[in-house]
Design a binder for this molecule. Structure first.
Ligand code: PLP
Length: 217
């Protein structure tokens, strides 16, 4: 599917939900994609991208930043505390704030560097043991802790369980965000971004539908 087709599907979903056209941010997830495919999307004028791993982002995006203005790079994958500094230097937005230790590290580094990327708190809406994220029952307290630390928390992020109806998880995430006064909702991927938009997504993370299947590495 082309970038233009995805954009028109996003616009249609925005309209169907009674939302302003252009209000949803499309993060093109370029992880594991060959540079030629990423470059083709850059050449079509798209500037907002997502990466899963700090290492991969570090190998790919500094060179693109030299050639393309206005890049907006989002880290959407799990972040080790010892890579937090590098992630803050590379990325404009980090969607995987998922534990207190990482929040403390961001707060300390934000002081030291004089700034912090915008943050999304990852919530493990499916309560899956193998998945990162704050449990729904702990979310209110964790959000309050992060805001007390003056972290720039913009919203919440989730990755629904593969075998469940994603809209239940999108609705739960939206409910937690609303009651905590957070406006941002990072939810929806290639197979379910339209239902995420219907439930209030402000940021959707779409990879394979734009770039084609990920090449095995
Ligand atoms: C890979 C990935 C995506 C994109 O997945 P697609 O199904 O290719 O759209 C979205 N979010 C996260 C956290 C990912 O790791």
């Amino acid at each position: 599917m082309s970038l233009d087709e995805i954009k028109s599907r996003i616009n249609a979903a925005e309209q169907a939900a009674g939302r302003a056209v252009g209000s949803v941010r499309l993060i093109a997830v370029s992880k594991v994609q060959p540079n030629e495919r990423v470059e083709a999307v850059l050449n079509q004028g798209h500037r907002c991208f997502g990466e899963n791993r700090v290492q991969e982002a570090a190998g790919k995006w500094p060179a693109f930043r030299e050639r393309f203005d206005g890049l907006d790079l989002h880290l959407i994958g799990p972040l080790q505390t010892n890579k937090a500094r590098q992630a803050m230097e590379l990325c404009d937005v980090i969607h995987s704030l998922d534990r207190l230790k990482l929040a403390n590290t961001f707060a300390r580094l934000a002081q030291e560097r004089g700034g912090c990327p915008d943050l999304f708190i990852q919530v493990n809406t499916g309560e899956e043991p193998q998945k990162a994220g704050i449990l729904p029952a702990d979310a209110d307290r964790f959000i309050a802790n992060c805001l007390d630390m003056d972290l720039p928390v913009q919203g919440l992020m989730c990755i629904p369980p593969a075998d469940e109806e994603p809209s239940l998880h999108f609705a739960l995430l939206a409910k937690i965000a609303t009651r905590n006064g957070l406006a941002g909702l990072s939810m929806g991927m290639s197979s379910d971004f339209e239902s995420a938009i219907a439930l209030g997504a402000t940021h959707i993370r779409v990879g394979s539908a734009i770039f084609g299947p990920r090449v095995a590495s």
